[in-house]
Write a protein that binds this ligand. Structure first.
Ligand SMILES: [Zn+2]
Length: 330
């Protein structure tokens, strides 16, 4: 079975000859950029550099998937959010939010041809053409909760879930269409699966708020996005994993703040699990013995795709991910 089939079978919890390895979020590090000669920040806005860097997730690290959307800013930039594209060793960030709650948000007709959407779409086409037979090509979109942070600012958005919940819901109803349009375009460009990032951790979104604002939207996104969907939420999500089982998402990309055994127990047998490997103790500073021990734990707890919990710190050595991937394949 090729890496692509192993990865996609793992997302639907079908049998595979070995555990799948990979990540729905960025695996790029500064030493990986040096290795393949494509660097941040240019690689965020150049399809060739973006594709070359993403391909290294397979060719240099050995993961079963590639994923070229390294930042959280592409669709938000196309929606008019000013973005600081960072530096070689600093990830991009969304800057001054353009809207206040209550403002009418307009999705531009040319959303998908604006540079910051068009570049990753072209990178996905390049990756599909070059590696698409061999590895899974994964795209990435953000859900309306995270997009709300970018459009309104985190504080304005969260305060108004209490003060003006109807206005927040109207905004999210518009923003979820950004997710669907960009996600569908990524599938048309060659993505086999999508990562959906929606940063609704307990500290910013209570279980009640998750049910009130997000649960139905997540069900709708799972149904409307035309491919397997990997939900990514960082932080401790133990309280909502059982709820995520009912969304229809195929896979949950979880953070090491959820103990692996608990994640498996809470996810049940239908929801696939990815990640859970600490970016700090294992990916950034792990010894070979620590990496082996972590892989063994993930295999024992039946994590379906073994890899880092979230975007890898840029100063981590990519060699540790190569060791992790190799270990998972033995
Ligand atoms: Zn994350």
């Amino acid at each position: 079975m090729r890496p692509r089939e192993i990865f996609l079978h793992a997302l639907s919890r079908e049998a595979t000859p070995r555990p799948a390895t990979g990540s729905a979020t960025s695996v790029v590090t500064v030493d990986l950029m040096d290795k393949v000669g494509a660097h941040f920040p240019d690689a965020h806005r150049d399809p060739e550099g973006m594709a070359r860097l993403a391909a290294a997730g397979h060719t240099e690290i050995g993961f079963d998937n590639v994923m070229p959307l390294f930042s959280v800013c592409h669709e938000s930039a196309a929606m008019g959010v000013p973005v600081d594209w960072g530096r070689v060793d600093v990830m991009p960030t969304c800057r001054k939010p353009p809207y206040a709650i209550g403002d009418e948000i307009a999705i531009p007709d040319d959303l998908l041809t604006r540079e910051t959407c068009a570049v990753p779409l072209e990178a996905l086409r390049l990756l599909k053409g070059r590696l698409g037979e061999e590895v899974a090509v994964v795209g990435k979109v953000f859900g309306p909760w995270t997009l709300g942070y970018h459009m309104f600012g985190v504080e304005e958005f969260l305060v108004n879930t209490l003060l003006a919940p109807d206005a927040v819901k109207r905004a999210m109803a518009t923003l979820k269409e950004v997710t669907v349009r960009f996600g569908t375009a990524q599938v048309e460009a060659g993505a086999d699966a999508l990562c959906l990032g929606d940063h609704a951790t307990r500290d910013v979104c209570s279980p009640g708020a998750y049910d009130e604002f997000l649960f139905e939207i997540h069900q709708e996104l799972a149904a409307r996005l035309p491919c397997p969907v990997i939900l990514h939420i960082c932080g401790d999500t133990s309280d909502r994993i059982p709820r995520l089982r009912e969304t229809g998402f195929d896979c949950f990309h979880f953070d090491s703040k959820v103990p692996t055994a608990a994640a498996r127990e809470l996810a049940g047998e239908a929801l696939a699990l990815m990640g859970g490997t600490s970016n700090f103790d294992v990916i950034r500073t792990g010894t070979p013995a620590r990496i082996r021990e972590d892989v063994r734990e993930k295999v024992e707890q039946r994590v379906d795709v073994i890899g880092p919990e979230c975007a890898v710190p840029l100063d981590a050595p990519f060699e540790n991910m190569r060791m992790l991937a190799a270990e998972a394949k033995t």
